[in-house]
Ligand binder design. Structure first.
Ligand SMILES: C[S@@+](CC[C@H](N)C(=O)[O-])C[C@H]1O[C@@H](n2cnc3c(N)ncnc32)[C@H](O)[C@@H]1O
Length: 253
């Protein structure tokens, strides 16, 4: 991931409306997990960021919760917030990372799969690694932005006042034939009588992938019962309009 895009666990948490996201996303995960996991099951969060979902899951699953993220500032924040879960810094695709462990469930939210694919312009090694570290019958849930939807332009700015000063976050997208390109600009000023300064800016290339291609990658890697949703309320997926691509499936036994 482009280091300047979303760098810093604390900034990331300011950018995100966590109450809203967790209210949508955690029940979705629990719905897949509750029938198939026990409180002893092991769960991995890939591109876990500041660990918010693991923190919520730790209320139901206590034994083995692991989060991995490339960004040490994200992991530092996650460790501070949720000391009972385990967090490691590393590239999920590094063959040395998580090579001797397996999991009953793996999930990846917040477009982490798209951002991991950005660095290698491919989804195949990500799906293969999911498969290689899941127990037979294990569950995989992952979300990425609907990469087939045309996205261009900027969302309304998000202003956040903190004890340090005022932030403005701007989020925009460009769509090219092969990529969607999210961009985040952060402005900051220490007090209301000073000017805003540019704090971070960055653009990432997320490879576009059709649902047909993603389903093929999942089947080739041994996944079955592949379900696809367009949002966390389990609405059907529509290529031209859905916000997200959310896949849920199982590793064949
Ligand atoms: C947009 S954040 C999402 C964080 C969190 N999952 C959420 O739902 O908000 C994407 C995260 O993916 C991480 N990431 C990107 N490439 C990665 C890689 N190759 N291995 C592990 N984490 C990665 C980034 O550091 C970042 O924290």
């Amino acid at each position: 991931m482009n280091k300047s895009l979303l760098s810093g666990g604390s900034h990331y948490d300011l950018l995100i409306n966590w109450d809203k996201r967790l209210k949508n996303e955690v029940p979705f995960l629990l719905d897949f997990f509750s029938d198939r996991l026990t409180s002893e099951s092991s769960i991995l969060s890939v591109g876990c960021g500041t660990g918010r979902h693991l923190g919520e899951l730790s209320k139901s699953y206590q034994s083995s919760l692991l989060g991995i993220d490339l960004d040490p500032t994200m992991i530092a924040k996650a460790r501070m917030l949720f000391p009972k879960a385990e967090f490691i810094v590393g590239d999920f695709l590094d063959p040395k990372m998580i090579q001797e462990r397996t999991f009953d469930a793996i999930y990846s939210l917040g477009n982490s799969v798209g951002l991991i694919a950005a660095s290698i312009t491919s989804y195949k090694p990500i799906i293969k690694k999911f498969s290689s570290i899941l127990e037979p019958g294990g569950i995989l849930v992952f979300q990425l932005l609907n990469t087939m939807k045309e996205r261009n332009g900027w969302s309304p700015p998000r202003n956040i006042q903190t004890v340090d000063g005022e932030y403005i976050f701007l989020r925009g997208f460009t769509t090219t034939p092969n990529f969607i390109q999210p961009e985040i600009v952060t402005l900051f000023r220490a007090s209301s009588d000073s000017d805003f300064e540019l704090m971070t800016t960055g653009k990432t290339n997320i490879p576009r992938i059709t649902i047909h291609k993603m389903k093929q990658l999942l089947e080739d890697a041994g996944f079955i019962e592949i379900a696809l949703y367009g949002d966390y309320h389990k609405k059907s997926f529509y290529e031209s309009s859905s916000q997200d691509m959310i896949f849920a499936c199982r590793q064949a036994r």
